[in-house]
Design a protein around this ligand. Structure first.
Ligand SMILES: Cc1cc2nc3c(=O)[nH]c(=O)nc-3n(C[C@H](O)[C@H](O)[C@H](O)COP(=O)(O)OP(=O)(O)OC[C@H]3O[C@@H](n4cnc5c(N)ncnc54)[C@H](O)[C@@H]3O)c2cc1C
Length: 343
């Protein structure tokens, strides 16, 4: 388990109660113009609110939410079960569509997000997975058996990889594209899927002169147009309207059975990568009834689910996760204002 504090706030494995202050008499716009710091509040002298907000998930959505909460005068604590960045860790090609940052590399963006958290003194716990929220006691439980009292939660869990349940699924590669690239292959790598992840994997393999076949169960692809153009330019073989039925490991290697309109055929493959999309990684024990982040939940909700996990597929992106984090932070701050916590 790793633990890091990017901010000036030094925290140990069981953080002390962090107390943030907030003046409920001020409007949100006022707070935006002038975030209230702890020293300001002593000057204000009234209306203290003891508020702690846990932000769960350190992808773009969670990071944005934490920064906005801080900007609005509430102290967030960010928990991430892996390391800060979320899906950005899976992006290996330059990001073409982040406004103001043409062709930024994902690793540079991750470093900038970490730096931003650091500059805003936001405590970050990496390697901490939240597993349950006991609403009645406002208790957040972590996989490492720690518990922490949080009256408000911002939940930004992102997505998890969709699995393919077929006979022989134990032979499906669990490695990343980078790891698969380190081995040289005689037989083609079979990449299954029709979206960005499948295309990105196939393109990277082909660019490294690895034999690759793309298999998709439909005719049309979800992958963005520039990925499709690149795939066609690289002349990567594609099988559409075809489904992977099973995998079998024989003495001569791995065999993939594929069904298409001509029937069932078997081909020798060196590895099979399943990239058939992602689904929300919402843990029911944390957020039993997630609602779309376009539905305002205030004034009485204590949990706000945000980012890719609650965005329609077509709208999932870094900028929409940023925006969703901002909206969640503002909404939670309004909820705090309207809650019984205000003094
Ligand atoms: C290959 C690929 C290429 C992409 N290319 C682009 C692109 O070019 N442009 C673009 O705009 N978008 C792109 N995206 C999409 C973009 O990365 C996502 O839309 C964005 O990362 C979503 O942010 P998020 O914070 O909602 O979720 P995520 O980035 O998925 O982050 C969620 C985080 O929450 C953590 N978490 C989950 N549950 C828990 C828990 N219980 N406790 C603690 N931590 C938890 C996860 O470990 C994860 O780090 C791409 C995605 C992929 C996979």
């Amino acid at each position: 388990m790793s633990l890091r504090a990017y901010g000036m706030v030094i925290i140990d494995h069981k953080p002390d109660k962090l107390v943030s202050v907030f003046n409920p008499r001020h409007s949100l716009n006022h707070m935006l113009a002038s975030p209230i710091s702890i020293s300001n509040v002593i000057e204000f002298g009234a209306c203290k609110v003891m508020t702690q907000i846990a932000v769960i998930g350190g992808g773009p959505g969670g990071v944005s939410c934490a920064i906005w909460l801080k900007r609005l005068g509430v102290d967030p604590v960010l928990y991430e079960r892996g390391s800060i960045g979320g899906q950005l860790h899976d992006i290996t090609l330059p990001i073409p569509d982040l406004p103001g940052e043409p062709r930024i590399e994902a690793r540079d963006l991750i470093n900038r997000l970490k730096q931003h958290l650091y500059e805003w003194n936001i405590p970050v716990f990496e390697g901490w997975e939240a597993v349950e929220y006991r609403r009645e006691h406002r208790l957040l439980i972590f996989q490492n058996a720690r518990e922490k009292d949080y009256p408000f939660l911002a939940y930004a869990p992102g997505l998890k990889v969709r699995k393919l349940n077929i006979p022989g699924q134990e032979w499906i590669a669990t490695e990343s594209t980078s790891q698969i690239l380190q081995i040289s292959h005689q037989d083609p790598v079979l990449v299954v899927g029709g979206g960005d992840r499948a295309f990105e994997a196939a393109i990277r393999l082909a660019q490294a002169d690895q034999p690759v076949i793309l298999l998709h169960r439909r005719e049309g692809f979800r992958a963005r147009p520039d990925f499709q153009n690149r795939l066609f330019k690289l002349r990567i073989p594609i099988r559409v309207n075809a489904q992977l039925q099973s995998l079998e490991r024989t003495s001569s290697g791995l065999k993939a059975k594929i069904k298409d309109k001509e029937g069932i055929s078997a081909i020798a493959v060196s590895a099979v990568m399943i990239r058939i999309g992602m689904e929300p990684d919402i843990e029911p024990g944390l957020c039993p009834m997630p609602q779309s982040d376009v539905v305002p939940l205030w004034p009485e909700n204590h949990i706000r689910c945000l980012g890719d996990a609650v965005s329609p597929v077509a709208f999932r992106s870094i900028v929409s996760a940023y925006a969703s984090g901002m909206a969640a932070a503002k909404e939670l701050v309004m909820n705090i204002k309207n809650s019984t916590f205000s003094g």
